[in-house]
Design a protein around this ligand. Sequence first.
Ligand code: F6P
Length: 369
Amino acid sequence: IRRIAISTGGGDAPGLNAVIRAVVLAALQRGWECFGIREGFNGILRPDRFPIDGVFAISKDQVRGINHLGGTILGTTNHGNPMRFVMKNADGSEYEVDRTDDIIQHLRAMEIDALICIGGDGTLTIAHALHQRGLAQGLRVIGVPKTIDNDLDKTYTTFGFDTAVAFATECIDRLHSTAESHRRIMVVEVMGRYAGWIALHAGMASTAHAILIPEIPYDIHQVAQKIHARTKAGRHYSIVVVAEGAQAKDGQRVLEEQARVGGVERLGGVGEQLAHQLEAITGKEARAVVLGHLLRGGSPTSFDRLSAMRFGAAAVRALDEGHSGIMVALAFPNVEYVNLAEVAGRMKAVPLDGDTIQTGRDIGICFGD
Ligand code: F6P
């Protein structure tokens, strides 16, 4: 290996900069050169956006002081999937082309021998395709798992998740007193896409009274009953935490296609809807709070920083050991390598027989079922 490139794709997550810094330091220490690709693969595929420095050399100086910063110094995007790159005909109509070969050729022309792709399921699927096609052309590919949602298979956690949970917990803690003072129901909607990890962990840690997650379709009347029981016991307020992908039992399912607006997933809105319904059923005042993108910002927790640094250094070690087509993963307490083919396109849902759900049931949290 002489030269490696790094790309960050999909929604940002606290800890991305810590991965980048660890990759750069570990690579430079081995005498390799490092390059950053801007905004996913747009630095290569969109010269209109990046006419000059779409792929740029990263020095030690450029990663100084970034370990604790949110976001990514490379930029990122949820648009521009190179496997389904949107092009325009002369008449303005659109068509999709697979441009993975363009990426491989661009990198090889720069004499880059390896690529580290940091991202969620979409990015890791692209990484797998780049590995399959790139290997014969002299390009090796390693994946690093990233998402605040923690919905990636084959890794215990992803960096960004702990930070999102910590911040959501702090926000929900703060809502207890205002809910109690006003004798209100507070419905807190959190991100998580089609998984309920953030809602479950933050809801448990902040002692929410009901937690609704996509893995357990809810019956609104079960939630109302819990609130009613609390009122009868002299507890005149309730906190309901709902994952953006949560679904009611009675078929008000947010279908995947309905959640896609302009090719980008858009969930959400469930918090507001629930607050209205609960107000109508219980007769108590209800308010909805949507934490949304606040969960993606800010400084990573020490756990996320360390996971990110370990992932970054392990990705470089994997290249040094001759690997390609693998993802670094947390197999608590160690970092191990898993095949990208086993990860691409697979989602990790909250296990319903897991200890965390069981703990919730043991202490009387309502899951709406
Ligand atoms: O996957 C991370 C995530 O933050 C999800 O929790 C959320 O549904 C989605 O990205 C939102 O993406 P954006 O608003 O960036 O399109």
